[in-house]
Every structure is written in structure tokens, then in C-alpha cells.
Design a protein around this ligand. Structure first.
Ligand code: FES
Length: 183
């Protein structure tokens, strides 16, 4: 996988943007067009689609009557927003104090290096996404990662390798099944 930043525009297909656009009016109906509703609208969109697509942010700007760059400015100010669709496997690395002290940043770096993406991003094949999260409440197991909603404690680089080995096996089985079904 190629290292570096990936543009959400390259990851979100036109079809997906269309599907999101179809659902936005129902969300907008819940809020008046006041500027003070910008944050709640963005939160609602993220809650629904798990990320803010470029098209959704343009639509919000239109709805409220402000510039798209202003919407981006507000959204990027808060850590809670994602700008990339989640991957099939969602990797969350805890950066709470206990995990940080026990080397959480090294674990994050391991994931980033392995996948060639930075936290907050998704691999181009949409298989994996990485994000940093605040304390997940299992400090005794620090450093902790949450992978597909499963808490993995005492993380270390060898565990990162082991995880990807498992994922690759699962992927091969899945692809084998798809081929078998197609033939
Ligand atoms: S700081 Fe990571 S689980 Fe609490």
C-alpha cells in the first residue's frame, strides 16, 4: 500500500455521494437553517454515515448559507469528525493517558506504517481505517487498541503483525468464496 495522505474524494464514489445526498433532506428537516445548527447537523450526518463526505459538507454549506470552507474549518477543528469512509476493519488506537504512557503512539505508528495511511484515513481498497481515540475504559490493559469493536489489550508490534495475518487469511477465504459462488 502506498504511504501518504489519501483524499476522501478518491475514496467516495459518485454513487455513494448520490446515496448520501438522497438522505440529507430528511436530516436537514430536523434543523432550522441557523448557523448555530452547523455543529449538530454535522454530528447528525456523521452519526448516520459514519463520516462527512465532501458532497455532504457542500450540501450543509448550501443549506445554512455559508461557504464550504467555513464548514470544513469548523469540522476540522473538532476531533470527533471523520472525513474518510470507515474501512471494513476499523482500527482504533487508544491515546488516553495510560495507553500513551505505555507506548500507544508506537502502536499507532505500527498500524500506520503497516497500512501506509495516517490516523483518520482509510486504505484505498477500503479494507482498513485507523483512528486515535480517547480512553476506552480498559486502562489496566494498556496499551489498548479496539479492532472491529473488540478490545485488544497489552498491544505490541508483534500483535499488530498477527492481526494483519488473520485479516489476510479472512480476506483470502472471502475472495475464494466469492470466486466459488461466481463459478
Ligand atoms: S487510557 Fe487507554 S484504555 Fe484508558
Amino acid at each position: 500500500m502506498e504511504a501518504g495522505k489519501h483524499n476522501a474524494n478518491q475514496l467516495v464514489t459518485e454513487e455513494e455521494e448520490r446515496a448520501i445526498a438522497e438522505k440529507l433532506p430528511a436530516i436537514f428537516r430536523e434543523f432550522s437553517q441557523e448557523r448555530t445548527n452547523l455543529l449538530p447537523i454535522l454530528q447528525r450526518i456523521q452519526e448516520t454515515f459514519k463520516f462527512l463526505s465532501p458532497g455532504a459538507m457542500r450540501a450543509v454549506a448550501n443549506y445554512i448559507g455559508i461557504s464550504t470552507s467555513e464548514v470544513y474549518g469548523v469540522a476540522t477543528f473538532y476531533n470527533q469528525f471523520r472525513f474518510h469512509p470507515p474501512g471494513r476493519h476499523e482500527i482504533k488506537v487508544c491515546m488516553g493517558t495510560a495507553c500513551h504512557v505505555k507506548g500507544g503512539d508506537i502502536i499507532l505508528e505500527n498500524f500506520e506504517r503497516k497500512l501506509g495511511i495516517k490516523e483518520g484515513e482509510t486504505t484505498p481498497d477500503r479494507e482498513y481505517s485507523i483512528e486515535r481515540v480517547a480512553c476506552v475504559g480498559c486502562c489496566a490493559l494498556a496499551p489498548v487498541a479496539v479492532v472491529d469493536d473488540k478490545v485488544i489489550g497489552y498491544m505490541q508490534p508483534s500483535k499488530v503483525e498477527g492481526l494483519f495475518l488473520q485479516f489476510e487469511i479472512q480476506r483470502k477465504i472471502r475472495e475464494g468464496q466469492i470466486k466459488a459462488e461466481a463459478s
